[in-house]
Every structure is written in structure tokens, then in C-alpha cells.
Design a protein around this ligand. Structure first.
Ligand code: HEC
Length: 268
């Protein structure tokens, strides 16, 4: 258990400093140009004079490729930098904020360091699904369907167990046991199919790893719970409490993978 959890958390440490600072600067420059310049310098703007000189501030690679704008390695001869340095751009009469001293330094530093452009997004890299047999890939698509069985069964097991304790009901106790066993059995294919599904996607590593190891931990712990509580049924409620937490955390991180990191933010 602990080892699995450590595995799950491992990717959160020690990742700082792996991004070369040259590319860091490029990302900041891309953001800066987008915020301050793209209002006029982009295909959607109604400033034909602006786009004639610089068609698209959102396209950093295209901007760097235009020798009229940027001379990599030499900010002092790059018209784009000179235009902001002289205070011509953004036009003082416009609402766009002039660049601050640190922003000018960032821009100059980036150009002088060779005007590197961040690599294209990972989505355009080789499609990982292509290396998986079609049948396996298809079967893996049952993951989102089957996960709802352990989620519901394990939580219902907890409910039944708590009611059984309150009421002293033998039949509710049987229900809890039944739901726990079924939920534990269903958690195994859920985790397995999830593993397969992950092998065919290009989700960012960290959220995926956390979801994967929470899922595996849930399945393993569910099986251990069955094994243990068949011998010691009076402990079942504690196992079910832990399982309810594990299954909720796994479901939540799965939701984040599907709907994005902030999908569960309350509206306040
Ligand atoms: C409010 C609209 C607007 C914004 C915002 C704006 N520009 Fe411009 N830009 C123009 C217009 C209009 C021209 C054409 C000026 C001309 O032809 O006299 C232009 C021309 C330019 C030129 C070529 C002419 C020159 O002066 O060298 C550069 C380079 C340039 N802009 C860079 C930038 C940069 C960098 C930013 C962001 C920091 C920016 N612009 C923001 C409107 C804008």
C-alpha cells in the first residue's frame, strides 16, 4: 500500500530545473507578445497596417522566421525589439500597456540568446494509440463504463454497513459483504482497462500517474479488504471507509483527466 502510494507521489518531486531556461524565456515571450501585441497584430484584428508589418503575434515561430522583425542573437538590430524600445509599440495612443523594464530585458535576453521557440505541443508527436492492437484499444474504451461498478458498489457497501451497525440488521450486513465482494471484483478489470486505455493516450504524465496508482491501490486494497473482512467482519466498516475515500479520489482524478484540472471547482 505505502509503496504504491509513494510510487504515485514520486513524480511530484524533483522535476524542477529540467526545462532549459532558454525555452522558459520563450514561453514567457510568447505570452507577452500575445497579451500586448496580438490585439492588432493577428489575423483577427482590424488593423491592416499592423498586420502588414507583422501578421501574427500568436505565431512565435513565424515571427522568429521573419528577418524583418527578429534577428536571432541580435536584439539591437531586431525591428520588433527596437519598436518597443523606442516606445513606438504598442502605440502610445492605444490602450495596450507599454512594456516594463523587466519585460524589455526578457525580450532582449531571449533574442540575444538566439530567439528559441518552444517545441510543438506533444499532441503532434507520434500517436501512441497507433502502436496498440486495435482490439485491445477498443476493449480499453470500456474503462469509463465499468469504473462505475466499483464506485457505486463500494460506496453502497459502506452505506449498508453503517445502516447495519445502526440497526443491528443481519441482512444489511449481508448486503454490505455482497457489495464489497462484487465491487472488489469489478475494481480489477476497471484498473486493468484503465492501464490499457492510458497506454493509448497522450495525457500529461503527472495527473495520469496519480490516477493510475490511485486506481491500482484501490483495486489491491479492495481485494485485501475482502480477504481480511471474511475473517474479521467486525472490522469491515473501517475497510469500507478507506475504500470510499480511495474510490472517490480515484474517480475525482479520473474526472480531471477527462474534463480538465478545474472541472470540480465550486462557483464561488
Ligand atoms: C493598438 C494596435 C497595436 C498594438 C497593440 C501593437 N501594434 Fe505594432 N503596429 C501597429 C500599427 C498600426 C503598425 C503600423 C504602423 C505604421 O505602418 O506606421 C504597427 C507596426 C509594428 C511594427 C513594424 C513597424 C515598426 O515600427 O517597426 C512592429 C515591429 C510592431 N508593430 C511591433 C509591435 C509589438 C512588439 C507590439 C506589442 C508589444 C505591438 N506592435 C503592438 C499597431 C499595434
Amino acid at each position: 500500500m505505502l509503496i504504491l502510494l509513494l510510487f504515485a507521489l514520486a513524480p511530484f518531486g524533483g522535476q524542477d530545473g529540467t526545462v532549459p531556461s532558454g525555452l522558459d524565456a520563450a514561453e514567457q515571450v510568447a505570452l507577452l507578445l500575445e497579451e500586448r501585441c496580438s490585439n492588432c497584430h493577428s489575423p483577427g484584428s482590424d488593423e491592416p497596417k499592423a498586420t502588414k508589418h507583422w501578421p501574427n503575434a500568436l505565431d512565435l515561430a513565424g515571427t522568429v522566421g521573419n528577418g524583418e522583425l527578429i534577428l536571432p542573437g541580435n536584439a539591437d538590430e531586431s525591428n520588433l525589439f527596437l519598436a518597443v524600445l523606442d516606445g513606438d509599440m504598442p502605440p502610445p495612443k492605444s490602450d495596450a500597456l507599454a512594456l516594463t523594464e523587466p519585460e524589455l530585458e526578457l525580450l532582449a535576453g531571449w533574442i540575444n540568446a538566439g530567439a528559441k521557440v518552444p517545441p510543438p505541443a506533444r499532441a503532434v508527436e507520434a500517436d501512441p494509440a497507433a502502436s496498440q492492437p486495435a482490439l485491445l484499444r477498443w476493449i480499453s474504451h470500456f474503462h469509463p463504463l465499468i469504473v462505475h461498478f466499483p464506485i457505486a458498489l463500494l460506496i453502497v457497501a459502506l452505506l449498508a454497513e453503517m445502516l447495519a451497525l445502526l440497526r443491528g440488521s443481519e441482512s444489511l450486513r449481508g448486503t454490505a459483504k455482497f457489495c464489497l465482494i462484487l465491487g472488489a471484483l469489478a475494481s480489477v478489470p476497471s484498473a486493468g482497462l484503465g492501464w490499457l486505455l492510458a497506454a493509448g493516450t497522450s495525457h500529461p504524465d503527472q495527473p495520469l500517474l496519480l490516477h493510475r496508482w490511485l486506481g491500482v491501490t484501490t483495486a489491491v486494497f479492495a481485494l485485501v479488504s475482502v480477504w481480511f473482512t471474511l475473517r474479521r467482519p467486525e472490522r469491515r466498516v473501517w475497510f469500507l471507509l478507506v475504500l470510499a475515500i480511495l474510490v472517490s479520489a480515484t474517480g475525482h482524478t479520473g474526472g480531471e483527466l477527462t474534463f480538465g484540472a478545474n472541472w470540480f471547482q465550486p462557483p464561488f
